[in-house]
Design a protein around this ligand. Structure first.
Ligand SMILES: Nc1ncnc2c1ncn2[C@@H]1O[C@H](COP(=O)(O)OP(=O)(O)OP(=O)(O)O)[C@@H](O)[C@H]1O
Length: 278
């Protein structure tokens, strides 16, 4: 058995399921633009699932349909067995607590402390006492290793620290699913590694399922277990990547070396992914 597998049907129901999702925009001149085309995907609980593709392929739009930041024109989005597209506003607000999101530009509140940034979603949704909120904030800052920065403001932090605050904020309501939109694109290589290690840590220790949009092959190599290639708004191909010895990790040794060592199917996967993000 090689390291590249086709996606086998899941035995348990998937945590996330997209069925024939479509999204069109209207360009300024009124022309319709089909940004997400008939996308069906399943992501299992505990997975780290990458959406890769070229700029403008529709990755971010697709990611944003998952929490209905972009409401699909048609199709369904099911998270933990609940069809989000069928919910009214109030029920959707509540369902969204189980879906966290982080962004390329962090989107922190500049005038609030790190602790207040992390507390923000908890205060917004209500239902917790001040003491419970403070305890959860401490817990989340400890998970991302920023306990000592609780009283700092975002401007006093490095890019990697800002993204880890954003991760703590996304984790605060205890989501089952974390959506990541190019979370390391604004970071240098070393900081990227620390943010990816944090994401890997919360996946392993808390079981949080991750869907991550990226155009960086290094992110796929380091983090993802499944990958979908998005082209012109549609899923062109999906891959499963085997564990530690997987083909993507092996390419860290260098592309040519990996290609020589690779089986034909591994080489094909490398070609596809490199072409997809180039
Ligand atoms: N609100 C909008 N109105 C009109 N067109 C939009 C809107 N949002 C996105 N688009 C278009 O949809 C297409 C897909 O955009 P999207 O941001 O999803 O792509 P992407 O693959 O994430 O690209 P990138 O990596 O550059 O962010 C682009 O052509 C974009 O211009």
């Amino acid at each position: 058995m090689g390291h590249v597998q086709t996606l086998e049907p899941a035995s348990a129901p998937p945590l996330l399921r997209l069925d024939r999702v479509n999204k069109r925009f209207h360009l300024p001149d009124g022309t319709p633009f089909h940004a997400v085309r008939d996308v069906s995907l399943q992501v299992r609980a505990g997975d780290i699932f990458g959406l890769v593709g070229k700029s403008g392929a529709g990755k971010s739009t697709l990611l944003r349909t998952i929490n209905l930041l972009e409401r699909p024109d048609s199709g369904t989005v099911t998270v933990a067995g609940q069809d989000l597209t069928s919910l009214d506003k109030r029920a959707l607000r509540s369902a969204r607590q189980s879906i966290g999101m982080i962004f390329q530009q962090f989107n922190l509140l500049q005038n609030a402390t790190v602790a207040d940034n992390v507390a923000f979603p908890l205060r917004l949704h209500g239902g917790r006492t001040t003491a419970q909120i403070a305890a959860r904030v401490r817990e989340c800052l400890s998970i991302v290793d920023l306990t000592d920065k609780a009283g700092s403001h975002p401007a006093q932090l490095s890019g990697g620290q800002k993204q880890r605050v954003a991760i703590a904020r996304a984790l605060a309501p205890e989501p089952a699913l974390l959506l990541c939109d190019e979370p390391t694109s604004a970071l240098d290589a070393e900081t990227t590694r620390s943010v990816l290690d944090t994401l890997s840590h919360i996946n392993k220790t808390l079981g949080v399922t991750i869907v991550i949009v990226t155009h960086e092959l290094s992110v796929v190599r380091r983090l993802c277990r499944h990958v979908a290639v998005i082209e012109q708004g549609a899923v062109a191909e999906q891959f499963a990547v085997a564990e530690e010895a997987g083909v993507l990790r092996r390419t860290v040794l260098g592309r040519e070396l990996a290609r020589l060592a690779a089986s034909p199917e591994e080489a094909r996967l490398l070609d596809r992914l490199e072409a997809a993000v180039a």
